[in-house]
Design a protein around this ligand. Structure first.
Ligand code: ZN
Length: 448
């Protein structure tokens, strides 16, 4: 039997023996398989024609004549999702020089846009997709900065890349604008473009100087216009919410109220919501109750937030800059974790590696007990908040997409970077590897 270290490139019909699969990744219960202390199950899986034919308790493969790769109790995960990224801004280091502040991120992005030709955007997005693919990410939702002069180009590039990458990294796009765009007709014309492109309507309600007067009752009016523009076209929405330490204005309860007021029926995904963690306990509790009532979903972006929030010269940050993930989960809400910015004017790090993001999330949010709660945030829960079907799940009948780790336990998986992970898509091992940074040199002014 083959071992993890020499996992070949089998095709056709073969078995995966003694795989330890975290229960959160299983779309259906496996009768007869008992979870271990971490909630993982020891299973055999049969792959036929690039799909999982069946999933059964370990030992079941001895009844077949299929060749078997013995995973010896090592972890087998579904491929992961990154449901909040900005591929259009990414991979611009050292062309952009982040100063570590939110304001610097906004300013640096505006300055960098002078380079954003269709080819520049496409090459940088493609680089990000290669990273994600090699790391075992099979689905990405990217926001696209959607100013009137930019959106037609960005969406055209996006549509081309969505076709080019279909089945490798499945893509969704969010047309992202300040809510003020719904004062005039651009917000509505953007909603048409989003509809034509099969996308999601995005808005910003954070305090990064882009309110443009959209506070209090004016924010309510604009939220209504935004949600109605989406509802008219059957679009889901995805909002950047309360992304600073400012306690006031507090958009989250206003979004919940607007969803109720407009009887909005689509999915509402709220990103960031970091000031929720600084609100008085009773205010936070009330906002979470309103979110439950309105059926809001959440996505938290811990890696750039811990870098950007509470940054002041010469002073060590005093808060973590992330939302109340535990309280939101405990209230029964769906909370995804995602990577957000990657090597751009906001955040100079990252590699679209959701295993790395999970490592950060487990530590930052104290989501280590049980580990499976954190895993679900990059797997099935992330899939649910963006309607991504089989992504993030191991399902009989679905494509045999998975990540095989050398780690046996989730503890081992959380301690090393899992650089030796094996990514399998449609039953075949990926051998592409990570892209060379040198591919970006001429775009970003890098002199080797
Ligand atoms: Zn974002």
């Amino acid at each position: 039997m083959a071992r993890h270290a020499d996992f070949g490139a089998p095709t056709g019909r073969y078995g995966l023996g003694r795989a330890r699969v975290p229960g959160c990744f299983l779309a259906a219960p496996v009768p007869g398989a008992a979870p271990d202390a971490e909630g993982s199950l020891l299973l055999d899986l049969l792959i036929e024609d690039g799909r999982f034919a069946w999933i059964a308790p370990a030992g079941a493969l001895s009844q077949t004549d299929a060749p078997v790769i013995d995973l010896e109790g090592r972890q087998l995960w579904a491929t992961l999702l990154d449901v909040h990224t900005h591929l259009d801004k990414g991979q611009v280091i050292p062309r952009a020089v982040p100063d570590g502040t939110l304001e610097g991120g906004a300013r640096g992005t505006i300055e960098d846009r002078r380079f954003w030709t269709p080819d520049d955007i496409a090459q940088r997005m493609r680089f990000g997709l290669k990273c994600a693919h090699a790391h075992g990410v099979s689905m990405i939702r990217t926001h696209l900065d959607s100013l009137e002069e930019l959106a037609p180009t960005s969406f055209a590039v996006f549509r081309q890349l969505r076709t080019e990458w279909a089945g490798r990294v499945d893509l969704q796009a969010v047309g992202l604008v300040p809510l003020a765009a719904f004062r005039g007709d651009w917000g509505h014309r953007l909603a048409d473009l989003v509809l034509e492109s099969g996308g999601v309507l995005g808005g910003v309600t954070d305090a990064l100087g882009v309110y443009q007067g959209a506070i209090d009752e004016e924010m309510d009016r604009l939220l209504d216009a935004f949600l109605l523009a989406a509802a008219d076209r059957g679009l889901d929405v995805d909002i950047h919410v309360d992304q600073t330490e400012a306690l006031d204005p507090f958009a989250l309860p206003r979004i919940a109220a607007a969803v109720k007021r407009t009887r909005f029926k689509g999915r509402v995904l709220c990103g960031h919501c970091v000031s929720l963690a600084l609100q008085p306990d009773d205010v936070a509790r009330d906002a979470i109750a309103r979110a439950v009532d309105a059926g809001l979903d959440f996505v938290t972006l811990p890696t750039p937030m811990i870098y950007l929030q509470d940054r002041k010269p010469g002073r060590t940050p005093r808060w973590r800059g992330v939302t109340l993930a535990q309280e939101l989960l405990d209230a029964g809400l769906k909370v995804a974790v995602a990577g957000d910015n990657c090597r751009d004017a906001w955040f100079p790090f990252g590699d679209h590696d959701m295993v790395d993001t999970l490592h950060h999330a487990v530590r930052i949010f104290h989501l280590d007990a049980p580990f499976s709660r954190a895993l679900a945030m990059a797997g099935p829960m992330a899939s649910d908040v963006v309607g991504a079907g089989h992504h993030g799940r191991i399902t009989a009948g679905a494509p045999a997409d998975f990540i095989a780790l050398s780690a046996r336990t989730l503890n081992e998986a959380m301690c090393r970077p899992q650089a030796d992970r094996i990514v399998v898509r449609g039953g075949r091992r990926l051998t592409d590897g990570l892209p060379d940074y040198a591919e970006l040199d001429t775009l970003v002014g890098m002199v080797a």
